[in-house]
Design a protein around this ligand. Structure first.
Ligand SMILES: O=C(O)c1ccccc1NCC(=O)[C@H](O)[C@H](O)COP(=O)(O)O
Length: 252
């Protein structure tokens, strides 16, 4: 069982409990009328490489990343830096995130927000919209044959799906959904190691007209320069920003 399997196992339990507290009918109502910011255009229209800056307190690979974690203060710093979009971890158990962080961040920023969580149930698509998410992460290896349906449902609700793959083998999982935004995650889920060059290995198997985001293990300006040379559309950066909030310019 790798870490993703463990996260998914916990998530299935959590969603069963959340459904007992708030029914799907109620969640659908809560999602109605929510204004959605245009994540796709934020990536497409960015000057150079789009930066999706992540708000992340902890992770399975690193433990606590930011002791004095403050999502609002972090969002203000990211907004000041002019990053193109934000990613907010809402997963509670492994990343110490919370659903409430999205509205908190939205209140102090103008940028679209990716809800970073582990979607295993259609309920969470409505929930993502209800809590203020603009974009939703759909992990191909988690959803497999459910991916096309969840992708379609997300788009129907006005959300912008980012479909994530980890390996060449997973490229087949996304063919039917045919996503516009594809994330290549550079993290090996068995060893936790990251290698930005992983993006280059997978990129050649993807359609050329997609918005491709390189995710995980991006440590500084050199990595960004390299990713730009590959022609990807964006980079999703968490840990190295969170560890350098006081002086982001030193690393990026
Ligand atoms: O971050 C982890 O340790 C992790 C472990 C297992 C599954 C997913 C994990 N992270 C989710 C992410 O995709 C990252 O938060 C995101 O790509 C940013 O990565 P980084 O810049 O390395 O913090």
């Amino acid at each position: 069982m790798n870490i993703l399997d463990k996260i998914v196992e916990k998530k299935i339990e959590q969603i069963a409990e959340e459904k007992r507290q708030v029914s799907i009918e109620e969640m659908i109502k809560r999602a109605e009328g929510k204004i959605i910011r245009d994540f796709t255009s934020a990536i497409r229209d960015a000057e150079g490489l789009a930066i999706i800056s992540e708000i992340k307190k902890a992770s399975p690979s690193q433990g606590i990343i930011k002791e004095d974690f403050d999502p609002v203060a972090t969002a203000k710093i990211y907004e000041e830096q002019g990053f193109d979009a934000f990613s907010v971890l809402t997963e509670k158990h492994f990343f110490l995130g919370d659903d409430s962080y999205i509205e908190m961040v939205k209140a102090v920023s103008s940028k679209p927000i990716l809800r970073k969580d582990f979607i295993v149930d259609e309920y969470q698509i409505y929930q993502t919209k209800a809590i203020g998410g603009d974009a939703i992460l759909l992990i191909a290896s988690v959803l497999k044959e459910k991916l096309p349906e969840y992708y379609r449902k997300s788009v129907e609700l006005g959300l912008h799906p980012l479909v994530e793959i980890h390996s060449e083998k997973e490229v087949a999982y996304i063919e039917k959904a045919d996503p516009m935004i594809i994330g290549i995650n550079n993290r090996d889920l068995e060893t936790f190691t990251t290698d930005v060059r992983h993006t280059e290995k997978i990129l050649k198997y993807l359609p050329k007209d997609r918005l491709v985001i390189s995710e995980s293990g991006i440590k500084g300006a050199e990595d960004l320069k390299y990713l730009k040379s590959l022609g990807v559309s964006g980079a999703l950066i968490g840990e190295s920003l969170m560890r350098n909030l006081k002086d982001i310019k030193k690393v990026f």
